[in-house]
Design a protein around this ligand. Sequence first.
Ligand code: SF4
Ligand code: MG
Length: 327
Amino acid sequence: MSLLEIADLKVAFPGPTGPVNAVNGVSLRIESGQTLAILGESGSGKSVTAQAVTGILDVPPATVSGSVQLRGRELLTLSRKQRERVSGEEIGMVFQDAMAALNPVFTVGHQIVEVLRVRRGMSRADARRRAVELVDRVRIPAAKDRMRDYPHQFSGGMRQRIMIALAIALEPDLLIADEPTTALDVTVQAQVMELLAEIQRDSGMGLLLITHDLGVVAEVADDVAVMYAGRIVERGTVEQIFAGPAHPYTEGLLNSMPRVDRRDEQLYAIPGAPPNPARLPAGCPFHLRCPRATDECRVVLPPLLALPADRASACHHHEEVLDATRR
Ligand code: SF4
Ligand code: MG
């Protein structure tokens, strides 16, 4: 049994001319101790997928179908109350914007202590001791003294660390991090990502990491699922995908990544923009931007096909792509 198993997940929102499918049949699994990165541009459905797992989607108006199982237990059919319990205790969450997750009117110490008291029934003294440990664990200097500070008194990077401390306070089995470092300076990004990866390794949690950044994927992920227009278009291990992508979209993302060995060359950019989910083109949703598109691609939607070595691609021409990209 996997830690998390998502099967045929679909999420639709009401649109002016009918439901808009933000997520369109996503299947994924994560094992304990593993990091799965969902990679994609904004609007690809990666955040909505994570939100469907955590149960923080507004339902209604979102319509969610399919299956999301945590250790074999179906989450989508739980009551709101049960769901909140699971999300709080078994799934930890880290977002891009810590200010939105932390309460500005309480000290960070108070916020962590309250979680431990309410959810774990700890005494005030025990909760306080544990909270200091957690703040120290995320490497905030002088943890004990900073407990009395309010969220705005921390730098952006330090606030992300506080949010990580809160997310791991109840020792969840699964941590979901949605663009956790995107709003930070590049050097701070690397430090926070390193901390997250280290905590994941030490605790044996599963980590579902949502990112648009291939550099982050290369650093911390075991497996990657590339999303485009609400679907997974390629899935594999980090090694497989970096050694030779099996989908032209992944190929484009890799080619647009800065590389030290090609410093002088102009960076490639995938032409065009992702399609509006309310008006997807016929056939392959990537065909308008794809340098390898053929007539078939303009008409027939490519299914996500299993390839050898437990990877998958949703491209009619995956074999040619693999032949061309394998290094
Ligand atoms: Fe490109 Fe065709 Fe593959 Fe779609 S199916 S990614 S258009 S080659
Ligand atoms: Mg997002």
